[in-house]
Design a protein around this ligand. Structure first.
Ligand SMILES: Cc1cc2nc3c(=O)[nH]c(=O)nc-3n(C[C@H](O)[C@H](O)[C@H](O)COP(=O)(O)OP(=O)(O)OC[C@H]3O[C@@H](n4cnc5c(N)ncnc54)[C@H](O)[C@@H]3O)c2cc1C
Length: 241
């Protein structure tokens, strides 16, 4: 149930940032609409809007705690769908100075595919009171008057909103934020938030059970981590560490 006088929130993008933002907005009793340009799959498969979705992913400990707070039970949900929990202290990391010790307990991490995580989070968010998800619709522009935002979509609809959250990813081409509109009132406008960070991984597998045997190791020192599937390894260049 939304409370009288609650705000209308529009979220652009139904990937993980958008879905978790919707879960947070739902706790405040807002009416929340997520607008996503992709037609969303009803199974855990990669999709066009998240090209890195095919890359191996793990849910780190702090992320897991935050996810569990917004969507209680999501950890159990993941495990019951085949995600693999493991202690990061037992992870095989091969770095510039050799193998890290694997016997010091650290934090729990959940290894799951990116599509599975998104699929389960999306399923739970769809069930939240006050949240609707419009898919197959691309936001093209944001307009505003003295009080409200107007979210312009490529199906010729315009959605009014008190708050707009741009979760359209780092590749977004939407002209949003204070920089895009110097006259924007601080009440309506929030500066963009960037992690200023990027990553590139490479996966390889085969018969070798020891990734240090691979010739790539000698040429490109980097970090390795195991995947949920056996005999597959991730190589991440040391320069992004
Ligand atoms: C190689 C690699 C490995 C990674 N490994 C991990 C990992 O192990 N653990 C981890 O937590 N993270 C990992 N990440 C990061 C993680 O994948 C991203 O941080 C995450 O997907 C970002 O989510 P997002 O919701 O911000 O944006 P995105 O996933 O980019 O989603 C943006 C969404 O907005 C939609 N959209 C875009 N424009 C519009 C529009 N105009 N109108 C409507 N919808 C729009 C898109 O279709 C998409 O659904 C990795 C990333 C890479 C590249």
């Amino acid at each position: 149930m939304t409370s009288p006088g609650s705000r209308d929130v529009v979220i652009i993008g139904a990937s993980l940032a958008g879905l978790f933002a919707a879960a947070a907005a739902a706790t405040s009793g807002s009416r929340t609409m997520i607008i996503e340009r992709d037609v969303l799959p009803d199974s855990p498969v990669a999709r066009k809007g998240v090209p890195q979705g095919r890359q191996p992913h793990v849910l780190l400990h702090r992320g897991l705690l935050a996810a569990e707070k917004l969507i209680p039970g999501i950890r159990e949900d993941l495990l019951s769908h085949g995600a693999v929990p493991f202690d990061t202290g037992t992870m095989a990391w091969l770095g510039e100075y050799g193998w890290l010790p694997t016997w010091i307990p650290a934090y729990e991490t959940v290894s799951a595919t990116r599509p599975l995580l998104e699929h389960l989070v999306r399923k739970r968010v769809r069930e939240l009171d006050g949240v609707t998800l419009r898919e197959g619709v691309r936001v093209t522009e944001l307009q505003r008057d003295a009080r409200n935002w107007h979210v312009v979509c490529d199906d010729a609809t315009i959605v009014r909103a008190d708050v707009v959250i741009d979760a359209s990813g780092r590749g977004s081409r939407l002209p949003l934020g204070r920089a895009a509109d110097p006259g924007c009132s601080p009440r309506l406008c929030v500066p963009n938030v960037s992690s200023h960070w990027g990553a590139a991984d490479r996966v390889w597998g085969g018969d070798s059970s020891h990734p240090g045997d691979r010739p790539e190791r000698a040429r490109h020192p980097g970090r390795r981590r195991p995947l949920a599937r056996r005999r597959r390894w991730v190589w991440r260049p040391a320069t992004d560490a």
